[in-house]
Design a protein around this ligand. Sequence first.
Ligand SMILES: Cc1ncc(COP(=O)(O)O)c(C=O)c1O
Length: 498
Amino acid sequence: MEIRVLFIYQSSTKIMLSKVATNDGHAENSAYFDGWKAFESDPYCPAKNPRGVIQLGLAENKLCFDLVQEWVVENPSASICTPQGSQDLMEVAIFQDYHGLPHFRRAVAKFMERVRGDRVTFDPDRIVMSGGATGAHETLAFCLANPGDAFLVPTPYYPGFDRDLKWRTGAQLYPVMCESSNGFMLTRASLESAYAKAEEQGIRVKGLLINNPSNPLGTFLDRDTLRDVVSFINDKNIHLICDEIYAGTVFTEPDEYVSIPEIIEEYIGPINLDLIHIVYSLSKDLGFPGFRVGIIYSYNDRVVNNARKMSSFGLVSTQTQHLVASMLSDEVFVERLLRASSERLRRRHNAFTSGLEQVGISTLKSNAGLFFLMDLRGLLKEPTFEAELEMWRVIIKDVKLNVSNGGSFHCSEPGWFRVCFANMDDETMAVALKRIREFVNQIMMRNGGVNNSETSPPKKKCRGTAERSLIEYIQQRIKKRPLPSPMQFERLLKLNTE
Ligand SMILES: Cc1ncc(COP(=O)(O)O)c(C=O)c1O
């Protein structure tokens, strides 16, 4: 009897929840998030868990934390919970205006100019706060679209967009298909084609969402493409949301990256500025995703006003605003940090990608962001997303690396995997590289029929279920691979015996 009562109670509480709360719009049950869970349940630690999963699936920027920590220690008044900062405690703690602290908005506007090479200006009065870029995207979608309306978005794209722009707003994303044959370039033709297809299907296109530099490509759009983008949205009279969250994580010559405000400032011809909105955050360029500092910068007064009202649901705490404002107002520090960050990212990116090249794995040429795309198309059983997922499972379960499969990013071709490279130390990167090499090595060795045990020094063998399934997978694969050349063999043998 008691059990029956409990059952009735549970099923009625389920009915009581809303459609939004119970639908799958968060996409938590996807390979992308499963990879994170696999890491969390078995995290790599060189001392305590050397066979654990290495996290290559999280776009975090940890390479300059020593500099940030140093600054915090040297500037105790910036933190209101220190003897030096406590004089500001009350003023900061009671502030609740959703416009944000004036010195915070000024400092953020200045920082946004700095990361774009001081070639553009931002008006602090147009800075609207949000809970990270995540909150900024949702707020913009609420402001610009009705349920059912769509935003075009070039593929591959950051999986979080599905959650941020669609889940609670009811808006849709409509893919603009881009392909590896031209480096996943965005073209006017692909934009026109996606727009026409959406219209044919009776979908109302309200805007275009671009991410520049792009997650997961690690590349940025050139000036001509950005001009095309602006002219496209202008001609169609639709909105442009430009996610520039990686504007400061560019590691080529600083002048090469072009942002949307620059295009606007130099654009020849009439342009409706009311259509253009920028999303920014401090999660990537400064590596502060935990601070949840997101920014909407709109050229449209009505969007600024409405987004600001909506920001009541996702304000940045004044304690964080205060600290960030002090830090970003220190121009000498900001300059040093940005330079060091760019240099360290470049070095890490080059070390990782050239380590992969040594075993014949190529990557999409990139120069920005905290990741690159690794090309494993040649190792797939067959060119399908099922085969990609199968390989992804082997990589996570047996190779013990959490990389993210291209399918999670709506990539048009199977076999691309995103590797994040800035969330670990050099030693962990070396272990990750070694694991990838071993994985590829084994496929190649078996492929050539070489008896590994005859040519390599004896290795400690410990064949658990995971290793057995890895070997089975490789055995299946080798039947389909071409033989490596003698030179490739020699190199692989050398790596294998190192
Ligand atoms: C392109 C892009 N936009 C938005 C976000 C979300 O950023 P935030 O942590 O500021 O919410 C991410 C996070 O990875 C991202 O890569």
